[in-house]
Write a protein that binds this ligand. Structure first.
Ligand code: PEP
Length: 253
């Protein structure tokens, strides 16, 4: 296990109305209040953020959004700024999730703009990267990740990146029930950390948390978390039920 404080993050995607999200957040708050050694974050849909922020006040659960737009304000129908997210109570924001890349035209360049906007408003970006099944089978995993990291963090320096979290999410493992083996996760996380060391230096590479995402469940979380470069998990399906998600938070018990 790594010496970095683990982060277990739940991405609720387009699930739960405001009242359902508040109910789940309330249950989770009670279930995980005993944890100190693990950081917890949940990312409900936009319309639930403010209500969930009220529910989480004084708890040890951080609130995240699932995306943002890089402009501060203006004629951008349907978009939301980092300042608006911070105002709603968010401390984190997921950026570059593979579903955004796959269905909504997200590119490494837009990811880079979004990361800069988040950092400018003191939001912690959870920067998602990952290869598709075809890319893995073609032996392109490392070159794909290399490009995603270099372009996503382009023109940013060590000093800008405080708190940044990276989430390695192989696209073939998201929502499919297929998890990367812990050896595959470790090998890939090691590669990402070495690349971050090359780009931003050893001190940054030593503290940056790299989460694994892709069908993480109570029965596989511990094995993954035992690997030295796996610092937590970004969880979709298994984060929706508070009982199940709390089992991930207490992976070490
Ligand atoms: C995700 O969407 O970030 C994810 C990892 O989903 P799941 O846990 O359902 O595979």
């Amino acid at each position: 296990m790594s010496s970095r404080t683990p982060l277990i993050a739940g991405n609720w995607k387009m699930h739960k109305t405001g009242s359902q999200a508040v109910e789940a957040a309330n249950q989770l708050r009670i279930l995980v209040e005993a944890t100190r050694a693990v950081e917890v974050m949940i990312a409900p849909t936009y319309t639930a953020l403010y209500q969930v922020a009220q529910t989480l006040k004084g708890s040890n659960i951080a609130l995240g959004a699932q995306d943002l737009y890089w402009e501060k304000q203006g004629a951008f129908t349907g978009e939301i700024s980092s300042e608006m997210l911070a105002d709603a109570g968010c401390s984190h924001v997921i950026i570059g999730h593979s579903e955004r890349r796959q269905f909504f035209g997200e590119t490494d360049e837009t990811v880079n703009r979004k990361i800069r906007a988040a950092l400018a408003d003191n939001l912690i970006p959870v920067f998602c990267i990952g290869e598709s099944e075809t890319q893995r089978e073609a032996g392109e995993t490392f070159s794909v990740l290399d490009k995603q990291v270099r372009d996503g963090l382009k023109d940013l320096g060590f000093g800008d990146l405080t708190g940044l979290v990276v989430a390695y999410e192989p696209v073939w493992a998201i929502g499919t029930g297929k998890t990367a083996t812990r050896e595959q996760a470790q090998e890939t996380h090691r590669f990402i950390r070495s690349l971050l060391e090359t780009l931003f230096g050893k001190p940054f590479a030593g503290v940056v948390r790299i989460l694994y995402g892709g069908s993480v469940k109570p029965d596989n979380v511990r094995a993954l978390m035992e690997m030295p470069d796996v610092d937590g998990a970004l969880v979709g399906g298994a984060s929706l039920d508070p009982e199940t998600f709390s089992k991930l938070v207490f992976f070490n018990d």
